[in-house]
Ligand binder design. Structure first.
Ligand code: PGA
Length: 319
């Protein structure tokens, strides 16, 4: 028979203590952890005291009203997360072996994909009702941070990291188009506008760290121009409102227009060199062990079942 794994600590601590510790570290708060686990605060404190005795060092520091993990606490937190992640993987694997698709999918997408991703997830959840989904929406820079910290199962973004062996497959076109208020002089001009026609305009543009912004800056740089920024805003919706109120023009993903540009206050300008092509990819970083549920989702995405009607996204909006 195999020998037991040589961990003296494993004999001294309980799984419950690790669960309590994980909840406190995640919430950075004893009371909230106690509430989540339906325990009293003295019980939670006692569990941590015992765990600290077994480890032989403090796991938390109390500074003012806040708590922080000590260096040893941080190491233990990482190990406990690995253990829990491994158990979750096992749970999904076991369900899969019994013919059930259950488990949790953590999908993280760039801000601009928040219009598209829920439609795809809706179809997925209909097909696999036993799978729970959480969707994290954030800008490109923060998404890359999450990817480095291995916080999610799968990621959707434009231009995925290519300096490692990450696994990304192409997902859908994401055309970036020039938008202006309906009464803008450029909107009244007939025929194709040149790049020079728009290059001197005042732009309302996404915050630094946004993938859309990066694509636009690259586009201007390739043409030897610098974009004139009138205002930076952290949301596509806020940009649409600012453009509609005449503060400037913008370049946004056509996905952000999908629900109603035809009759609204905005129009898409027909400009040479546009739309900028900034397609989205779906995937995960190198070395990641995909859960059964994440694999199921990737298979679904690659199948016909996930095909969303993208006509309105891929063809210019009628103006
Ligand atoms: P963003 O990213 O939402 O951060 O602008 C979009 C993208 O990378 O396609």
């Amino acid at each position: 028979m195999d020998k037991p794994l040589p961990s003296a600590l494993a004999r001294r601590i309980s799984f419950r203590q690790l669960q309590v510790f994980e909840a406190i570290a995640r919430h950075e708060n004893f009371t909230r952890a106690a509430e989540e686990l339906f325990l009293t605060q003295p019980t939670v404190s006692m569990q941590i005291k015992k765990l600290e005795e077994s480890v032989g060092a403090p796991l938390f520091e109390h500074i003012g009203k806040k708590i922080f993990l000590t260096d040893i606490g941080k190491e233990l937190y990482q190990s406990v997360r690995d253990i829990l992640e491994s158990l979750a993987q096992f749970e999904m694997q076991a369900a899969d072996m019994q013919g059930m698709k259950t488990g949790h999918l953590r999908l993280a997408v760039v801000t601009t994909a928040k219009y598209y991703a829920p439609r795809m997830l809706g179809m997925f959840c209909q097909k696999f009702p036993g799978i729970e989904v959480s969707l994290k929406v954030t800008n490109r820079e923060r998404l890359l941070d999450r990817l480095l910290q291995n916080m999610d199962d799968l990621y959707i973004m434009g231009r995925p990291p290519r300096n490692d062996d990450s696994h990304f497959i192409s997902l859908i076109e994401n055309p970036l188009v020039v938008i202006a208020p309906r009464n803008h002089p450029l909107a009244k001009r007939k025929g194709l506008l040149t790049f020079e026609d728009i290059a001197d305009q005042q732009f309302i543009i996404r915050e630094r760290g946004s993938g859309t912004r990066r694509a636009i800056e690259d586009h201007f740089m390739e043409r030897g121009r610098e974009i004139r920024i009138k205002m930076e805003l952290g949301s596509n919706e806020a940009i649409k409102h600012a453009v509609a109120s005449g503060l400037g023009i913008s370049i946004l993903s056509r996905h952000t227009m999908s629900l109603g540009i035809q009759s609204g206050p905005l129009v898409e300008l027909d400009v040479e060199g546009f739309p900028i092509s900034w397609p989205w990819y779906i995937g995960y970083p190198a070395g990641k062990r995909l859960s059964v549920v994440a694999k199921t989702f990737l298979d679904f995405v690659a199948s016909d079942a996930a095909r969303i009607d993208t006509t309105e996204i891929l063809t210019a909006a009628a103006v």
